[in-house]
Every structure is written in C-alpha cells, then in structure tokens.
Ligand binder design. Sequence first.
Ligand SMILES: *[C@@H]1O[C@H](CO)[C@@H](O)[C@H](O)[C@H]1NC(C)=O
Ligand SMILES: *[C@@H]1O[C@H](CO)[C@@H](O)[C@H](O)[C@H]1NC(C)=O
Ligand SMILES: *[C@@H]1O[C@H](CO)[C@@H](O)[C@H](O)[C@H]1NC(C)=O
Length: 230
Amino acid sequence: MAASAATRVSLLLGLAVLSALASPSHSLDCASQKFSNKKVFSNCSDLPKLGARLHYTYDASNSSLSIAFTAAPAAGGAWVAYAINPTSTGMVGSQALMALKLANGSVFAKTYNIMGYHSIVESKLSFEVWDLTAEASNDAMTIFASLKVPEKATSLNQVWQVGGAVIGNRPSIHPLETENRASMSQLTLAASSSPAPAPSGHSAAVPAFQRGSLAAVLGLALLVGSAILS
Ligand SMILES: *[C@@H]1O[C@H](CO)[C@@H](O)[C@H](O)[C@H]1NC(C)=O
Ligand SMILES: *[C@@H]1O[C@H](CO)[C@@H](O)[C@H](O)[C@H]1NC(C)=O
Ligand SMILES: *[C@@H]1O[C@H](CO)[C@@H](O)[C@H](O)[C@H]1NC(C)=O
C-alpha cells in the first residue's frame, strides 16, 4: 500500500488539474437564500472561497451548533463537504459532513473521519451529530446538521470543499484550483471580549494558513483517491 502512495498522488493531481479546468465559479449569497424545509438560522456567512455559504445558529447554553452549508459542486461533480477540524487547521483530522448525489438522483448525507492523507473513513465523527440531512437543487447542494461543539469554544476551524463525481456511492477527487486550496477559515462562535486585533494580525497569519491549505488539499486528494482506488 505505502509503495503506491507516490503514484497515487501524481495520478490524483493529474485528475484534479483536468477537472479543475472545467470548473465554473458559482456565486451564492447569504441574503437571498430561503430553505424549502423552512429552517431558520440566526447567522449567515458567505464563506470566502468556492461561492459557499454557511447559515448557522450557535446555542451556547448546550454547546450546540446548527448549520446549513450550501455550495455548488464542481462542474460535472456531485458532492459538497463541510468539515470541522477539532485539532488543527488542515484537512487531516477534520470531521466532515458530506452531501452526495448518486447517479440515480438520490441525495445522501454522510459523515467521514478524515484520519490522514490516505484515509477517509465513513464513520461517526469525534463529536455528536444529529438531524443530518442533505438536499440538492439544480445548481447547489445543502447539508443540514446539528453538532456538539466543545464547551466554551469561541471559534472553530472550518474546512469546506466542492467535489467531483460520485462513483457508486463514493466521492471522487475535487479540483485543486486556488479556491479549492484555500477553502478554510475560522468560524467565530462568540465575540471575544478583548480588543479587535489590528489589521496586521491578518498578514502575520498567512504563512501558517498557507501551510494548512496545502496540507488540506493533499489530504483531501489522497483520501478521496483512496476511496476511488480501494
Ligand atoms: C440545544 O438547544 C437547542 C435549542 O434549544 C435544541 O434544539 C437542541 O436540541 C439542544 N441540543 C442538545 C444536544 O441538547
Ligand atoms: C439509489 O441508490 C441508492 C443506493 O443503492 C438507494 O439506496 C436508493 O434508494 C436509490 N434511489 C432510487 C430513487 O432508486
Ligand atoms: C449572530 O448574529 C447576531 C445578531 O446580528 C450577533 O449579535 C451575534 O454576535 C452573531 N453570532 C455569531 C456567532 O456570529
């Protein structure tokens, strides 16, 4: 298995570049979205990459977060994913919720524990998840879920992705465009009582962020590759 890892990486990078070339850029927006299931959230954030959007309600009284994540799959694609990484900023270790559209048109929501570059495992996550559902419209997919967050957490590391094809019931590689490499940020749950950081704080954070992004992309590429090839 380990000996084939390098081959796997280059194969996946190749596939990813091919699919990225055909990837359109979609634009969805917080203000206009209404859900067919009538769910209402107290907050919404247009995520900085991939035209994705997160509606959410954080309930500090029981440390729960209710979300609706919406994004358009890549061209020809049929999955979108939203993950929390409880331990790091990269993809490895992240706990992913995914909406997949099968060839027969059925839409499923699944959870994946992304344990390492070589391992995406459909499994329960490291935190409690309930009310997990997914739906698809003509040009976007939405994941609904509620999840338990650490007590007194003030922010979470979030990572999201828009995928390529679904083969059988498994997700295959997503594009590796710049946008796909940078689709992570912090979700603020509670306002900090300390003064807002100076703008220079952002630039100081860039190198770590980029390292994290690369790790994330490699991680998802490999794990999705494992899913295809296993
Ligand atoms: C937390 O509170 C919300 C709102 O009252 C409720 O919908 C949710 O089920 C609660 N979650 C847990 C884990 O008790
Ligand atoms: C599509 O396939 C899945 C997995 O085999 C199955 O569970 C689902 O019921 C199918 N949907 C339809 C509409 O046939
Ligand atoms: C959600 O929105 C409310 C009202 O605008 C705001 O007071 C609160 O700080 C926001 N919460 C988060 C977690 O962003």
